[in-house]
Design a protein around this ligand. Structure first.
Ligand code: ADP
Ligand code: MG
Length: 334
């Protein structure tokens, strides 16, 4: 199974322009120099209804910050976010609260985000209550329906989170997100804590729900192979920026950016006779407190040229919607 088909001419549901988040850190009151973590640095994106944009990069590249800024769970330092054409960042509190119904998030570790002292039925019902969507028998009916939709039974409503496996807990987290009728879901490493066989089940569930409800997903993972299955388009992030973005088939068939290619080379291959020919990634992600000059990937890049140390490469879109930010391997022109 692969991601459901999306209409190409639908208006974007979620749009970001120049989205930036700098966290001030340390320094102290008397410090001369203010230090900032450049967690997110000028990200543009657009997401249509029913579409999944995969976001990939090593830990610390700003993926979670991007997801949280889109939902305004953290306040961006600069930039613009539009949801359904409305400016999310200037919305008054009451309007933002209403909009929150339409924008939900699911996390890597559902156990940490499920209250251990609440029964599953109450956990799933919470959003319905907060937004005054249903009461009494109607509320119970909706909770049972939600549990069924995510592959659990109505009898599970009376149990506690610890009575469930990791995969089932993620299903509870998904039911809770769906309870308020969202149109956009940020899925932040939703299967990273699960066994491989369970990962596939949860990915298939997310794709089924997308097809039924036309949900848009920002699907975050550090693993390019996980997002391949579910994404319509994939964006690769490095130190707070998108370095490559393309429709799924183009990205995996013709990865351009040396960072994307290194990430693909790091993925274990199923057939050991076909070992990756490219060198895997050396070293760690540099600190976003002091990102390298020019292309921030240049210290780890086997192809770096002098201009890569001085000039920041712009993300330029080429043929087929394939965008690359690299001086040496620009976007394909045909
Ligand atoms: P990812 O999800 O890709 O692992 P994050 O968005 O969590 O990356 O983090 C991006 C960078 O921002 C990291 O260097 C992280 O340490 C830093 N960061 C995240 N949250 C905060 C915070 N509240 N204060 C300071 N730095 C933060
Ligand atoms: Mg993260």
């Amino acid at each position: 199974m692969s991601a459901p088909i999306v209409s190409n001419d639908a208006a974007p549901l979620v749009e970001a322009r120049g989205l930036t988040k700098h966290y001030p850190v340390g320094g102290g009151f008397f410090a001369r120099e203010k230090l900032v973590v450049r967690a997110l640095d000028g990200v543009d994106l657009a997401l249509r209804p029913g579409e999944t944009l995969g976001i990939v990069g090593e830990s610390g590249c700003g993926k979670s910050t991007l997801g949280r800024c889109l939902l305004r769970l953290v306040e961006p330092t600069a930039g613009e976010v539009r949801f359904d054409g409305r400016d999310v960042l200037t919305l008054p509190a009451a309007d933002l609260r209403r909009m929150r119904r339409a924008m939900q998030i699911i996390f890597q570790d559902p156990y940490a985000s499920l209250n251990p002292r609440m029964r599953v039925g109450a956990i799933v019902a919470e959003g319905i209550e907060v937004h005054g969507l249903a009461e009494g028998a109607e509320k119970r009916r909706r909770v049972e329906e939600l549990l069924r939709q995510v592959g659990l039974g109505s009898e599970h409503a009376d149990r506690y989170p610890h009575e469930f496996s990791g995969g089932q807990r993620q299903r509870i987290g998904i039911a809770r997100a769906l309870a308020v009728g969202p149109r956009f879901i940020v899925a932040d490493e939703p299967v990273s804590a699960l066994d491989l066989s369970i990962q596939a089940q949860v990915l298939n569930l997310l794709m089924d729900l997308q097809e039924q409800m036309g949900l848009a997903y920002l699907f975050i993972s550090h693993d390019l192979r996980v997002v391949e299955h579910i994404s319509h388009r994939v964006a690769v992030m490095y130190l707070g920026r998108i370095v490559e973005r393309a429709p799924r088939a183009l990205l995996y068939a013709n990865p351009r950016h040396p960072y994307t290619r290194a990430l693909l080379a790091a993925v274990p291959v199923a057939d050991p006779r076909h070992r990756p020919v490219r060198a895997p990634l050396q070293g760690d992600v540099p600190s976003p407190l002091k990102p390298p000059s020019g292309c921030s990937f240049h210290p780890r890049c086997p192809y770096a040229e002098p201009r890569c140390r001085s000039d920041v490469p712009a993300l330029v879109e080429g043929a087929g919607g394939h965008a690359v930010a690299c001086h040496v391997f620009p976007a394909p022109t045909e």
